[in-house]
Write a protein that binds this ligand. Structure first.
Ligand SMILES: [Zn+2]
Ligand SMILES: [Zn+2]
Length: 134
């Protein structure tokens, strides 16, 4: 079941957000920035038009870190959960860490991107396309 406005939050619950469907895309990113920022072999992102993303009225503001020129990553200032990504490379999009969103979206992950930098110690066995450099 998909609800039209899925919710999500960081680990401690201080940063809370709502997104509106439809999601634009969902993909697994294997780039070195995502891997280091999240401490994970890859990060599954859900991309939304910025207008379909909102912080809840009582949410703490995320802290933003410029991870590369024109790109920034938002995380919870209390618990440190990495949550969001925005870049001038994808103007008008808010990328939200998929695992933070409760429940179903209207799209499943459709690709592995930046797969050329994937870790050697995790075997990806699905049939999704494996793309290089997005
Ligand atoms: Zn938190
Ligand atoms: Zn990435």
């Amino acid at each position: 079941m998909t609800t039209p406005h899925p919710h999500g939050s960081c680990l401690c619950g201080a940063v809370r957000f709502t997104v509106a469907l439809p999601v634009k895309w969902v993909a697994h990113c294997h780039c070195t920035y995502c891997r280091r920022a999240h401490g994970a072999p890859f990060v599954t992102w859900a991309g939304f038009p910025t207008a379909q993303f909102s912080l809840d009225p009582t949410s703490t503001q995320p802290t933003w870190y410029e991870s590369s020129p024109g790109a920034r990553r938002g995380f919870c200032p209390r618990c440190g959960s990495p949550m969001f990504f925005e870049s001038t490379r994808w103007p008008g999009e808010m990328h939200v860490a998929r695992a933070l969103i409760t429940g179903e979206l209207d799209k499943a992950p459709a690709a592995h991107v930046f797969y050329e930098t994937h870790v050697s110690w995790l075997e990806v066995k699905d049939d999704l396309p494996k793309k290089s450099s997005s």
